[in-house]
Design a protein. Structure first.
Length: 467
């Protein structure tokens, strides 16, 4: 929650308590305090507009200045009951803060970012009936910058696209809850100058979970950037929770299930193919420096960014797709699947480049037979090094930003119900450390002992897959 929100909420609660619990105190100081809280409310409204979490605080402010409560014992008692209810509701709604906080990444580099909205004119858009629609892909590039603190020294980009035109729900969440999510601090500067390292920055492409907006992977992406990678996080339109297209329109999820007994599985298999084509298109675009901004184009042409080879990683469905892309594109030299289920013929493919499977705690989320059989077969058929790890006390959502959208008390309650007591911040750090060790060899050509790195991460079990 932002400081102004917190001050207003605490002020309204304190003023109402003072008015109801000590009704006979002098009116002048109380009136001055009420005026100050009202001023805070006006400032908050002027600065941020309507915020649904503050709705219970407005009656508390009104309750504190009602003159009738000073003389009527009955009304005073009703006021106390009302205050207790409103106070409980006020604290309860802040379980979902208006502007969640995402921890700053802890690596040595600051972070810059650019957004690209590309159209693949060689492919039709499969999710719309308009035959003139071509497939769009949105790519947000996160990269190391030479600024010491990019988020404070440069302009910011909104955390999530199109908050003024959101669909009714985003990834199953009512859109009114996300009204101020564009104000979330991603700890990155827009168009910040590209940093220079000891060698060219390697490129990692990140595909989100099914139905998730790319914003939901900001925490993990920026952790990887601060460890020395350029990370390209994608939105896959009409499948992502919300996407702003090149023409400025904002679209949500639009599923076209085929009819049949295996409609869901068939649909996911088809989406694997769509996403694979999306990612291969993005690799093509990165190899064409003319499509990039001056900052990144200069990095590609001067060799500061190495686009000759890439790694593809992803969370959930995006993780499974990473393996499919690697099986089809020789430019992909490594892939990592974070808790994703492979569909179709993907488990039967032979991976000839390094592959990592990182899964959540199986005691808390055992996954399904398709997950275990598919990933097991994929790893068993490999001809390159493979790794399988399980991160204890991490649930499926811990790898994304989703749990940051809930205040710490709410996270604790969720952990009691669905697991994930490690928390998203620690999960992101552990995941970034493991991915850094795994990707350094294929992308940088440096020898790194992945198992040794894994051994230093608490409660990470597993290791190399025997071949």
């Amino acid at each position: 929650m932002l400081l102004l929100d917190l001050i207003f909420l605490v002020g309204a609660l304190s003023l109402a308590a003072w008015r109801l619990l000590a009704p006979d105190t002098r009116a002048a100081p109380r009136a001055a305090a009420a005026a100050l809280v009202a001023l805070l409310a006006a400032a908050q409204w002027a600065r941020y507009g309507f915020t649904w979490q503050s709705v219970p605080a407005y009656p508390l402010l009104a309750l504190s200045v009602l003159p009738a409560l000073r003389t009527s014992a009955t009304l005073r008692q009703l006021g106390r009951v009302g205050f207790a209810g409103l106070a409980a509701v006020s604290l309860g709604v802040w379980i979902l803060p208006a502007v969640p906080s995402i921890p700053a990444p802890d690596g040595p580099y600051a972070v810059g970012t650019e957004i690209y909205r590309w159209t693949d004119t060689t492919r039709d858009e499969p999710h719309t009936a308009d035959t003139t629609d071509h497939r769009s892909v949105i790519a947000q590039v996160w990269y190391p910058t030479s600024l010491r603190s990019a988020s404070s020294s440069n302009a910011r980009v909104p955390y999530i696209d199109g908050t003024d035109r959101l669909p009714a729900e985003v990834s199953g969440v009512p859109s009114f809850l996300l009204r101020r999510y564009h104000q979330i601090d991603s700890h990155a500067g827009a168009s910040a100058p590209l940093g220079r390292g000891a060698r060219a920055w390697p490129v990692v492409i990140f595909s989100p979970g099914y139905g998730a907006a790319r914003a939901m992977n900001t925490g993990l992406a920026t952790q990887l950037v601060t460890r020395g990678f350029v990370v390209v996080v994608l939105d896959h339109p009409f499948e992502s929770g919300v996407t702003q297209l090149a023409d400025g329109s904002v679209v949500g999820t639009q599923e076209n299930f085929p009819r049949g007994p295996n409609d869901r599985r068939d649909y996911m298999e088809e989406q694997q193919r769509v996403r694979t084509a999306d990612i291969r298109f993005v690799i093509d675009q990165l190899a064409r420096p003319a499509v990039l901004s001056e900052t990144l184009r200069g990095g590609v042409t001067s060799g500061v960014i190495d686009v000759s080879k890439v790694a593809v990683i992803g969370h959930s469905f995006g993780g499974a797709v990473s393996a499919m892309v690697m099986s089809e594109d020789a430019r992909v030299v490594a892939a990592a699947n974070i808790d994703g289920t492979p569909y179709g013929d993907l488990p039967d493919r032979i991976l000839t480049q390094p592959f990592l499977l990182l899964q959540s705690d199986l005691d808390e989320a055992p996954h399904g037979e398709i997950f275990h059989a598919g990933n097991g077969k994929l790893l068993a058929n490999m001809t390159a090094p493979g790794f399988r790890y399980e991160l204890k006390r991490a649930n499926h959502y811990s790898f994304s930003d989703a749990l940051f959208y809930v205040a710490p008390p709410g996270r604790w309650l969720l952990a009691q119900m669905i697991g994930g007591g490690r928390g998203p911040a620690e999960t992101h750090r552990a995941t970034a450390d493991l991915l850094t060790a795994f990707l350094t060899g294929p992308l940088k050509g440096e020898r790194v002992d992945v198992a040794a790195t894994a051994a230093r991460i608490p409660d990470l079990v597993g290791g190399p897959v025997a071949r």
